[in-house]
Design a protein around this ligand. Structure first.
Ligand code: ADP
Ligand code: MG
Length: 709
C-alpha cells in the first residue's frame, strides 16, 4: 500500500526527490483538478501522471502520439513493476476486448492509447466499462494548429470523456510554452478550470554553443573522434544533407544511422531501434526524427544547419541529456542556413499572416546564432523568463573568455577583394582570386590585375572559403539569395575597411568532459546491461540509465541498502538485477583492492568538487538540523536524510541516536530482528504509522555500526 507520491517515487522509480515542478503537478492531479503541465523536454513529464496513476484507484488512460514512444514507456513501466499496456491499431478486436476486460478487472494501472484509435466509435464503445480516474494527454500541443506537430486526431479527445462512465480528471502535458498553444489546449480539450503550471525552461546540464563559419563536416569528424563511446544526434535541414553526412560518417568508420521521411517505415524503425539499443552511436536525421526518442543517454545534439525557430531548436537540442548528466548542444551556423529556411517558408502553403510570423521567428533564431550575450539567457528570455541570470557559465558565450585572435588585416583584404570584384561573384571565385589561382575565368574577367589578386596566397582555398563563410555568418559579408548566390559587403563591413573597428576571431572553448567515475567499471556495467537488454528485448536505458551506472561506478555499492541509495534503482529493479550488478562490482572491487561502500570504510574515490551529500554533512557538522539544511539547500528532507546515510556508508561518523527516540528504537530493532534488514517496506508496514523510513534506516545503520559487517 502506497501512502504518498514520494514513497511511490522511491519504491518504483528509485529516485530520491522530485524534479522541479513535479510535486505540485502531482498534488494538483491527486486533488482532482484538471491540470496543465508545461515543462521542458527532459523535465520529467511522464512521471507526473505515472505517479498519480499508482496512487489513484482504477486506471489511467494515457494518450501519446507515437507508437514507438508508447512501447518504450510501457516496457519501462512493466520493468519497474507497474502493470501497463498499450493499444494501437495492430491489435485484433478480440485481443483488444480481452485486454480491456482485464483492465476493467484492475489488471493494469496505465493504458496507453494512440489518438487515432479514438476516431473509431466501436472502440470508444468498449471503453465504457473501464474505471478511468485519470486521462493524461502527453504532447498536448498536438491539439493545436499553432503547435509544430498538429495532429487532427487529437481533436477527438474533447469528446472522449463523454464516452466514459464518469468524467475523469484530465491532465495535459507539453513542452511548448506559447500562449496560443496553451489556450488551445485548455479550450480544445475542454479542461475545467485547470491549474496551469509552467516550470522553468532552464536545463542546467546542457552546454549550449554556436559555432559560426567552420568547416561543418570536419568539425563533426573531429568532435566524434574525441568522444569515443558517446551517443548523439546530428540534425540537418534536408534529406540530401542527411544522406551525405551519413555517407561520410560511414566512410570514416563511425557507427552511424540515418533517419528521414524518405526512408521506409521499416528502415526507420530499424535504425531507431539500433540507436536505442546502442548498436549505432550517431544518428544523422532531419527533424522527422523527433518525438519518438526517449533515449536518455544522448550526450550531444549537433545541428548541421540552423533550424527554423527557437522552439524547434530547443526541442531538438533538448533531446540531449535527459538523464541530467552533462550534454552538449552545438549549432553549426553557416550564412546559407538562413536562405534555406526562408526558402522553406516561401514554399509553404501558409497564409501571408502566418508567413510573416514565421519570418519573425526565423529572425529570432538567426539572432541567437549571432548574439554575444549568454545563450541560455537568450533562450529563457525568448520563452518569457524575465529574471534569468545574466551569465550561466555553461554556454559558448559565457565560457568564451580569452583566446581571441585579431584577424582584422585578413578581413580587410577579403572585404576589399569583394568590393573590387564589384560584389558580383560567389564564394569560390573570391577565394580563388585571393589565393591567386591561375584560371581562365579570372584572366578573362581581368581579376589577375586586381591589387588583391594573390594577396592571401599562403592560405589554402579551403581555409579561405571557411574564413569567408565566417565573415558572412558574422555579417561582415552578405550572401545573396537565389540560384547563384554572390558576395556583397555586409552591414559591418565599412567600419572594418576604414580601420575604425577590429575583428576578433573567437576560439571556441569546449565544455569540460565530466570524468568522475571509474570508467573501466562503467564499461563492465554497460556490457552487463547490454546483455540483459538483449535477453529482455528492451533498450538498455530501460534497464538502467547511464547516469545510474555512472553513480554505481563512483560509489561501488555491493549490498541492498547502498544499491537503493543510487538514483534510478527502485525496489523492483533491485530485485530483478541487483545481484547481477553487485556481482560485477564486487568482483571488480576485489581484483583492484577497492573496499566497497557497504564495508563502512572511507574507500570511495574522492568525487570532484564538493558532492551534494558532503555539503549536507558539512552543514550538519556545523550544527544545523536536517530540516534547516533541506530548507537552505532547497532539497527535500528525504534527500538530505539519504545524504546522511550515504555519508555514513562512505565511512563518516554519524551519531544516529540524534534521529532515534529511545521509545522507538527497541520496537524497530525487534521488528528488524524478526523480519531481517533486507527489505524496508515490510518493516515499515509492521510498525506504527508515525515511524518513518529514515528512523528505520537510522536504527539499521546504528545496529550495523555496532556490529561491523
Ligand atoms: P519529458 O517527457 O518531460 O521530456 P521524461 O518524462 O521522459 O521527460 O523524463 C526525462 C528523464 O528524467 C527520464 O529519464 C526520467 O526517468 C528522468 N526523471 C524523471 N523524474 C525524475 C526524478 N524525480 N528524479 C530523477 N530522474 C527523473
Ligand atoms: Mg515526454
Amino acid at each position: 500500500m502506497l501512502h504518498n507520491p514520494l514513497e511511490a517515487l522511491k519504491k518504483y522509480f528509485g529516485y530520491s526527490s522530485f524534479k522541479l515542478g513535479q510535486e505540485r503537478l502531482i498534488e494538483s492531479i491527486l486533488g482532482s483538478r484538471d491540470t496543465v503541465g508545461i515543462m521542458p523536454t527532459g523535465g520529467g513529464k511522464s512521471l507526473c501522471y505515472q505517479v498519480p496513476a499508482l496512487l489513484l484507484p482504477g486506471v489511467t488512460l494515457v494518450i501519446s502520439p507515437l507508437i514507438s514512444l508508447m512501447k518504450d514507456q510501457v516496457d519501462s513501466l512493466n520493468e519497474i513493476g507497474i502493470p501497463s499496456i498499450y493499444i494501437n491499431s495492430s491489435l485484433e478486436w478480440n485481443q483488444l476486448e480481452h485486454n480491456l476486460y482485464l483492465a476493467s478487472r484492475g489488471r493494469f494501472k496505465l493504458i496507453y492509447i494512440a489518438p487515432e484509435r479514438l476516431e473509431s466509435e466501436r472502440f470508444l464503445g468498449i471503453l465504457k466499462d473501464l474505471p478511468v480516474s485519470l486521462l493524461a494527454i502527453d504532447e498536448a500541443h498536438c491539439v493545436s494548429q499553432w503547435g509544430h506537430d498538429f495532429r487532427p486526431s487529437y481533436l477527438s479527445l474533447a469528446s472522449l470523456a463523454n464516452h466514459l462512465q464518469s468524467r475523469p480528471v484530465i491532465a495535459a502535458f507539453t513542452a511548448t510554452a506559447t500562449e496560443q498553444v496553451k489556450e488551445d489546449i485548455i479550450r480544445l480539450l475542454n479542461l475545467y478550470n485547470p491549474n496551469v503550471y509552467v516550470t522553468g525552461f532552464n536545463r542546467d546540464n546542457l552546454f549550449l554553443s554556436v559555432v559560426r563559419g567552420s568547416d561543418k563536416m570536419n568539425f563533426i569528424i573531429e568532435y566524434l573522434s574525441s568522444r569515443k563511446n558517446q551517443s548523439g544526434i546530428i540534425y540537418a535541414a534536408t534529406r540530401k544533407q542527411v544522406d551525405s553526412i551519413y555517407d561520410v560518417l560511414c566512410r570514416k568508420g563511425f557507427k552511424a544511422g540515418k533517419y528521414h521521411a524518405g526512408l521506409s517505415d521499416n528502415e526507420r524503425s530499424r535504425t531507431q531501434d539500433a540507436f536505442s539499443y546502442d548498436n549505432i552511436r550517431v544518428m544523422a536525421a532531419t527533424n522527422a526524427f523527433g518525438m519518438g526518442i526517449d533515449k536518455s543517454n544522448v550526450r550531444f545534439v549537433i545541428h548541421f544547419n540552423m533550424p527554423k525557430n527557437i522552439e524547434s531548436y530547443y526541442q531538438e537540442a533538448g533531446r540531449a541529456g535527459r538523464d541530467s548528466d552533462p550534454a552538449e548542444c552545438i549549432l553549426l551556423y553557416g550564412a546559407q542556413d538562413i536562405h534555406i529556411q526562408k526558402f522553406l517558408i516561401e514554399q509553404s502553403i501558409l497564409s501571408s499572416e502566418r508567413k510573416t510570423a514565421e519570418y519573425n521567428r526565423l529572425q529570432n533564431m538567426a539572432d541567437y546564432c549571432h548574439t554575444s550575450v549568454c545563450l541560455r539567457k537568450y533562450i529563457l528570455q525568448y520563452f518569457g523568463e524575465k529574471d534569468s541570470p545574466e551569465t550561466c557559465d555553461n554556454c559558448g558565450n559565457c565560457r568564451d573568455e580569452g583566446q581571441m585572435s585579431d584577424i582584422t588585416p585578413e578581413v580587410q583584404k577579403i572585404l576589399s577583394c569583394v568590393k573590387r570584384m564589384g560584389e558580383q561573384y560567389g564564394v569560390n571565385l573570391v577565394a580563388s582570386v585571393l589565393k591567386g589561382s591561375n584560371n581562365k575565368k579570372i584572366r578573362l574577367l581581368g581579376f589577375d590585375k586586381l591589387s588583391t589578386y594573390g594577396i592571401m596566397k599562403e592560405y589554402s582555398i579551403n581555409e579561405l572559403t571557411n574564413l569567408i563563410n565566417l565573415l558572412a555568418a558574422e555579417q561582415y559579408l552578405y550572401i545573396t539569395e537565389g540560384m547563384y548566390p554572390v558576395l556583397r559587403l555586409g552591414d559591418r563591413a565599412v567600419p572594418v575597411l576604414t580601420g575604425r573597428e577590429k575583428v576578433l576571431r573567437k576560439v571556441i572553448k569546449k565544455a569540460p568532459v565530466a570524468e568522475t567515475s571509474d570508467t573501466a567499471l562503467f564499461e563492465l556495467l554497460r556490457s552487463l546491461r547490454k546483455q540483459i537488454s538483449e535477453k529482455q528485448n528492451v533498450p538498455p536505458y530501460v534497464i538502467f540509465h547511464d547516469s545510474t551506472l555512472q553513480e554505481m561506478s563512483k560509489i561501488y555499492p555491493v549490498d541492498r541498502l547502498s544499491m537503493l541509495t543510487i538514483n534510478g534503482v527502485g525496489e523492483n529493479k533491485f530485485e530483478k538485477y541487483g545481484s547481477q550488478f553487485i556481482e560485477v562490482i564486487s568482483k571488480y572491487a576485489t581484483q583492484r583492492g577497492i573496499v566497497p561502500t557497504s564495508a563502512k570504510t572511507a574507500a570511495v574515490p574522492p568525487s570532484e568538487g564538493v558532492a551534494s551529500h558532503l555539503a549536507t554533512y558539512e552543514m550538519f557538522m556545523e550544527g544545523k538540523t536536517l530540516k534547516e539544511i533541506a530548507l537552505q539547500r532547497e532539497l527535500t528532507l528525504q534527500t538530505v536524510q539519504n545524504h546522511m546515510v550515504r555519508c555514513w556508508q562512505e565511512g563518516r561518523e554519524v551519531d544516529w541516536d540524534m534521529f532515534i527516540s529511545s521509545r522507538h528504537e527497541e520496537l524497530i530493532l525487534n521488528t528488524v530482528k524478526r523480519l531481517g534488514a533486507q527489505k524496508l517496506s515490510p518493516i515499515k508496514e509492521a510498525l506504527p504509522e508515525e515511524i518513518d523510513y529514515f528512523t528505520i534506516k537510522a536504527v539499521i545503520c546504528k545496529m550495523k555500526g555496532d556490529t561491523p559487517l
